[in-house]
Design a protein. Structure first.
Length: 182
């Protein structure tokens, strides 16, 4: 897994909970915590950090991943504004992942092992997103979608129709979009 993911995790944890919580997670896991954005690190290190955060904060691991994805989106929007500025809503942004965002990610982070997404129109204007990755980070993908919705001042409702964690060959998420009413 590319170091940028670890960098984002460190940033959202320290921004939300403070540096002492990040240091505590590193102590608990025995991980060094010095990640370079272009470096490649074993997937199990992210799993260990998520488990430690889950236990320390009393939040289920999948919910930690969802929170991480949502909290990371403002950082990504600041670092890579071109990915966001070409869209004015969440749906087209999400649909751009395979043909715009992931090719650019591979230019910035050669060798990144990216998930595969597919999309289909669902009932009542929903979007059905398929997710495939041996990492099974569908909750992180959900968080990224929710964070994108917040960026575009929209609300999304995500329903898991199928999940690799339940033995399905891929995850399928139904995403409903609505304007932010706040």
């Amino acid at each position: 897994m590319k170091g940028i993911i670890f960098n984002l995790l460190e940033e959202v944890v320290t921004d939300t909970y403070g540096e002492q919580v990040w240091d505590s997670l590193l102590d608990t896991t025995g991980l060094p915590g010095s990640y370079t954005s272009l470096g490649q690190y074993p997937d199990h290190q992210l799993e260990k950090l998520v488990q430690a955060a889950s236990q320390a904060l009393g939040v289920p691991p999948r919910e930690m991943l969802r929170w991480f994805g949502e909290a990371a989106m403002p950082i990504l929007a600041r670092r890579y504004p071109a990915f966001f500025s070409m869209h004015h809503a969440t749906r087209p942004f999400v649909l751009s992942v395979n043909h715009i965002i992931h090719p650019e990610v591979l230019k910035l982070y050669p060798g990144a092992d990216l998930p595969v997404f597919d999309f289909a129109d669902g009932p009542e204007g929903t979007l059905v997103m398929g997710y495939r990755s041996p990492r099974k980070l569908c909750a992180l993908a959900q968080g990224f979608v929710e964070g994108a919705a917040a960026h575009y001042h929209e609300c999304v409702t995500v329903e898991h129709l199928a999940c690799m964690h339940d033995g399905d060959p891929e995850c399928r998420l139904r995403i409903a979009f609505s304007p932010d009413r706040t």
